[in-house]
Write a protein that binds this ligand. Structure first.
Ligand SMILES: Cc1ncc(C[n+]2csc(CCOP(=O)(O)OP(=O)(O)O)c2C)c(N)n1
Length: 346
């Protein structure tokens, strides 16, 4: 999307708390006053979102066959993850993921076969290449956030122009680490963009049991920096608001919190059964806001891509996942002695 003068945080703060939306669920532009995003960005976004879906499908199937231990899908959250990550430059910026931002990890430079190796327990092969500015995925909720604030602070102290993009879930906002990281980031004015992916659930706990705050993004105000809520299923809004936050951080303007309001369309992970705690009608309703279908509707409606061209991309990403899986399976599996490696000196 091209440069715009609108201050999105200020626009959202002046509104009624409803998340900003540029692209509607039917693929139509809600804000036709805004310039259309460039075609190459749209193409890259759609490919990454479809790759993410292909990976979700393959890993879930591997789990059901007993060949993979545990997998947390991205299903439903693709626009929130891809739209925000497309706003940073992996060559200079840091990625601090939570646990399910697979397409961001891939775009940042962790090869697909290595990511799959990590899920298959092939730990040597799973190593993130040294030049990739990314922390490993984090299972301990919110504990990545103080590190994210620290990396962003260190970048500023060293006079580098890198920005840190960190992710966490709605559940993570109830943790002490979240508060400590946000407070430090605000006090030191560090170049951090924190994307809170509000997928409505922390496993079985709905966000209504997590906080009485109307919107999580309002919390940013208490830390002294801007907060914005966006429709997390709208790639255009997520991308544009993150782009502006990254630009501000790079220019020394400090942190921003972006709440991407979305829905976890699948299970929490492959050990979870959401039918025990949520109504299927809720899932069906969320399906109408599907971020991939929305982008496809826009791209085909605007004549940017044909359904046939999208089928080709889908076939390509499926083949990419299959080839990366073959490679991942060729790496040595760890032996029992690995339990002690990196723990005891002898
Ligand atoms: C410190 C800590 N407490 C509890 C857990 C157990 N746990 C794993 S995932 C999860 C829910 C996380 O929800 P959220 O932050 O909203 O992220 P999501 O998984 O929905 O992306 C919890 C409580 C954990 N991994 N770490």
């Amino acid at each position: 999307m091209t440069q715009m003068s609108t201050d999105w945080a200020a626009e959202w703060a002046a509104g009624d708390g409803e998340p900003l939306r540029f692209l509607g669920p039917d693929g139509g532009l809600v804000r036709p006053d805004l310039p259309r995003p460039p075609d190459d960005l749209l193409g890259e976004a759609l490919r990454l979102m479809l790759l993410s879906r292909a990976l979700d499908q393959k890993c879930t199937s591997l789990h059901r066959q007993g060949r993979l231990g545990l997998y947390a899908p991205v299903l439903g959250q693709e626009a929130a993850v891809v739209g925000s990550h497309l706003a940073i430059d992996p060559a200079t910026d840091w990625l601090v993921p939570a646990s399910r931002e697979q397409p961001a990890m891939l775009r940042h430079g962790w090869p697909l076969d290595r990511l799959l190796a990590s899920l298959l327990g092939r730990i040597d092969a799973a190593r993130i290449p040294d030049h990739v500015r990314m922390l490993p995925r984090q299972q301990s909720i919110a504990s990545q956030l103080p590190h994210a604030a620290g990396i962003a602070w260190a970048t500023a102290i060293r006079g580098l122009d890198g920005v840190t993009l960190a992710y966490c879930g709605d559940g993570a906002t109830s943790e002490g680490d979240f508060h400590e990281a946000c407070n430090l980031a605000g006090v030191m004015g560090v170049p951090l963009v924190l994307v809170v992916i509000n997928n409505q659930y922390a496993i079985s706990t709905p966000v209504s049991r997590q906080t009485r705050a109307i919107r999580l993004a309002h919390r940013a105000r208490g830390y002294g920096f801007p907060g914005v809520a966006v429709d997390g299923d709208d790639l255009f809004a997520v991308h544009e608001v993150t782009r502006q936050a990254v630009e501000r951080a790079r220019a020394g303007g400090g942190p921003t919190m972006i709440e991407a309001v979305t829905y976890r369309m699948s299970f929490h992970n492959t050990s979870d059964n959401p039918s025990l705690y949520r109504d299927p009608s809720e899932e069906a309703e969320a399906g109408l806001r599907d971020p991939v279908a929305r982008l496809v509707a826009y791209a085909t409606g605007a004549g940017l891509m044909t359904p046939d061209a999208i089928d080709v991309v889908e076939a390509e990403v499926r083949a990419e996942v299959a080839a990366a899986l073959d490679l991942a399976l060729s790496y040595p599996a760890p032996g029992p002695e690995e339990i002690f490696r990196h723990v005891f000196s002898d």
